[in-house]
Each structure stands twice: as C-alpha cells, then as structure tokens.
Design a protein around this ligand. Structure first.
Ligand code: ZN
Length: 432
C-alpha cells in the first residue's frame, strides 16, 4: 500500500500543475502561434476572447510559474472588486427573489421551474413564459441561458430585464409580444452559475469552466452523458433532454459579437448560411456589434476566433438539434452597474426578435411509432433527428423540404413535402 501511495505521489508531483481546478487567469500579450500551440497541448488550460494582441488564459494553480518559464509577457486579468460601483450588482438570492416576484405578478404567463442546484446549494431557475405556462403545449420551444461564466454578469441582468419586458408588454397588449407568447414556449435561465456570480469568478465553486464541461463530438469526451460532470452542467443536460428546444442563445461578456457554430471544428456547420444570417440579424440591431472594428458585421465563427472544446453551443446542436449561438454582450465582463441600462437599450429589440426566429421551420405532431425524422432539401440529406414527446420541431432556412418519419429500426413510415418561408409563423403543428 505504501508503495502505491509513493507511486501516486510521484505521478502527481511530476505534473506541471499542482491541481486540476481552473483558478488562475492571465492576459497573454502578443501571443505567437507557436506559444498558442504549446499551451493548447494542455487540456487543463483554456483560452477565451482572442484579439490580435491579447489572449485570456485560464488554468490550474501553477499556471503563472509555467508561463514565466516560457518567456512570454503576461498580465493578471484585471478586476475592480473593491470599488463600490462594481459591487452594486444584486446577489444571486436577490435575482431569484426578483424573478419569483415577477412570477407572482404574472402567473397566467410565467412559471418558474427549478432545474438544478449549484454546488453551494443555490437554486438554478428556468423562467417559462408562454400562455398556459403550466401546460406543455405543442409550440416551438426557445431558450436563453446566461451567466455560465460567473464573472460575465451583463447577460444575467439583461435576462431579468427581458423577462420583465415580455411580461409587461403582454399585459399592455403589445401585438408583437402577445403573438410571441401565445405561440411559443420561451425559457430563460438568468444564471447557470450563481456560485460563480456571487464570487465574481469564471468557474463554478469547483473552479471548473462550465463552458468546457459539455460533451464534445471531436474529443474523447464524446458521450452525451451527464455522468462525471459538474452539477450545473448536469442540470442543463437533463433539462435539455426533457424538452424540444430548437433555437437558443447563451450569453457571455468580454467582447461584443455574435459567435456562431462550430466552436470545436473547422468544418462548416450544416446550417452555415442560415446561422450566419440570424447572427447577422442580431448583430445588426446592436450598435456596439454592428460598428465593431474587431469583428466585421459583429459576427464571428467560433472556430475561426478560437477553438473551444466542451462548449455548450456545439453540444446543443450536435446532440439535441437545438441551434445555438453565443452572444457576447459587453466588452467589459463586469462593467459598472450603471452601464447595464445602456446594454439593455442596445440589445432589447434584438433579444425579442431572436426568440421569434424559432418560428421559421417545420413543426410536426407525431405518434409513438415515429422515433426519428429524416430531412432532405433539394435531394441533399440534412440529417436524422430524434423525436421527443411525440413532437418534432426544427428551425430551418427557406426552401422546400422532404420530411420522412422513421421507426426505431429507421424504416421509413410517412413522408411529406413542406415549404419553409422567411420568417414564417408556426401556429399549427402538422399531424403526420
Ligand atoms: Zn464567457
């Protein structure tokens, strides 16, 4: 036994990092391709927000020592924790109280579900906004998730403001919002990482970067199982499995740009042109994105920017047919609280419009035998998709589609042709 312990200790001490948790963060100046390649070979190290001259680096204890040995220029990532203006944000508790109050005021269109609990015991809430919110209706399902990086706070604030805006406008009979809420199941998770938010920290209470914790079809971690992952990641995975989301966005900070898939692969996404268009439509409505000098048109392909393995965006489409983009809302991850109002004004129309895009596509009501749906466009096969809860919905670009349902053994059952037009409104699901 003693020998085994000695061997284990030897193995641990020969690793260049003391622990596996991501708790050091630096800004690397003028990174060369060679250095990035070297750093990429360590799975413990992750990157974020590459610019022409800087790269954020996150890694376990010992990262600084290692970087010093490489002869590169690094700065600690700046925070202003002590200044009052930066400390004015609500606590995770106050955010939850706020959304619970909104539910109380609008129970006819708002229902809160607790989809998980953080490591430190904080509830993770999904706010459902729809007519008949206690029923699971056959309507397109769309979701927003913010604050998976605890220190990227603007998304969480904008989600609460968005919930309030949707509920208020419905009450005032705003035509656009009323139509959206009556025909869509909207889900909003203001904070996926409340422990990180409380401590103004990127990772969760285990110091794990949740946007590197999902299954990835290009790595060895390519099984769609929640087993062995952080509780916050598990919560999202299990919730997603129970629903039929077809469109989603996840919100970050540190840049102002819409990042579209893939993040993990240089290959073109099967809906490349379409996801590019909806990303551009979002960015076009936000001055800070539209006029970006760093990102032409305010959009960027994830992989072209910097490769992300284990991200939520790619997992969402690859395993769940849920087209997701990553929206970076603010150049500063944690700006002065007073700046939130400006970000809200700049993003609110785009945020509501994007939800409506869940209505462009096909929607089917199916029966028990229909296990998969196969879709072709102009003779080209787009994919096989799993059917959940006897309904199927997919966001698609304009065009004519051949849709076939399949049984468990993938034998064709029924087939129809369906047209998708720009911005069409799904109010009825086709029964097949
Ligand atoms: Zn982030």
């Amino acid at each position: 036994m003693q020998n085994i312990i000695t061997i284990i200790c030897l193995i641990i001490s020969t690793s260049i990092f003391a622990k596996g948790k991501t708790n050091e963060a630096y800004l690397l100046l003028n990174p060369s391709k060679k250095i990035i390649k070297t750093l990429s070979s360590y799975p413990e190290i992750s990157f974020d927000h590459a610019t022409k001259t800087t790269l954020e680096i996150y890694g376990p204890e010992g990262l600084k020592k290692y970087l010093d040995s490489l002869d590169v220029q690094v700065l600690p990532l700046e925070t202003h924790k002590s200044e009052k203006e930066y400390a004015n944000y609500p606590t995770p508790n106050e955010i939850n109280e706020k959304v619970l109050l909104l539910q109380q005021q609008h129970p006819d269109i708002c229902q809160i579900q607790q989809i998980g609990t953080s490591i430190q015991g904080r509830p993770i809430y999904a706010v459902k906004i729809s007519d008949n919110p206690t029923e699971d209706e056959t309507e397109p399902e769309v979701k927003y998730i913010a604050n998976m990086h605890g220190d990227e706070i603007v998304g969480r604030e904008l989600m609460v403001l968005l919930i309030e805006e949707l509920l208020t406008k419905y009450k005032l009979n705003d035509a656009n919002v009323t139509k959206l809420i009556n025909n869509t199941e909207i889900f909003i998770v203001p904070s996926m990482n409340p422990d990180g938010a409380l401590n103004r920290r990127r990772g969760n209470a285990d110091w794990v970067d949740l946007n590197r914790d999902f299954p990835d079809f290009t790595t060895r971690d390519n099984e769609n199982t929640p087993h062995g992952r952080e509780v916050e990641t598990k919560s999202i995975m299990e919730w997603q499995q129970s629903r039929n989301f077809s469109l989603s966005a996840n919100f970050h900070g540190g840049a102002e740009v819409v990042n579209y898939p893939w993040d993990t692969s240089a290959e073109e996404h099967p809906l490349h042109q379409f996801v590019l268009e909806i990303s551009q439509e979002y960015a076009n409505q936000v001055p800070g994105m539209k006029n970006s000098t760093e990102f032409p048109g305010g959009v960027v392909n994830g992989y072209d920017w910097y490769e992300v393995n284990g991200g939520m965006q790619d997992w969402s489409y690859y395993w769940h047919n849920d087209l997701q983009v990553t929206i970076e809302l603010s150049n500063t991850k944690w700006p002065r609280y007073s700046e939130v109002a400006r970000y809200w004004e700049e993003n609110k129309i785009a945020l509501i419009d994007f939800l409506g895009k869940a209505h462009q596509g096909i929607a089917l009501r199916l029966n028990e035998n229909d296990k998969f749906v196969s879709i072709e466009k102009d003779g080209e096969h787009i994919g096989f998709f799993e059917v959940k809860n006897n309904e199927f919905h997919k966001v698609l670009p304009e065009g004519y589609y051949q849709i076939t349902t399949l049984d468990q053994a993938r034998n064709a059952l029924k087939s129809i042709k369906q047209k998708v037009s720009k911005g069409n409104q799904i109010t009825n699901y086709i029964s097949l």
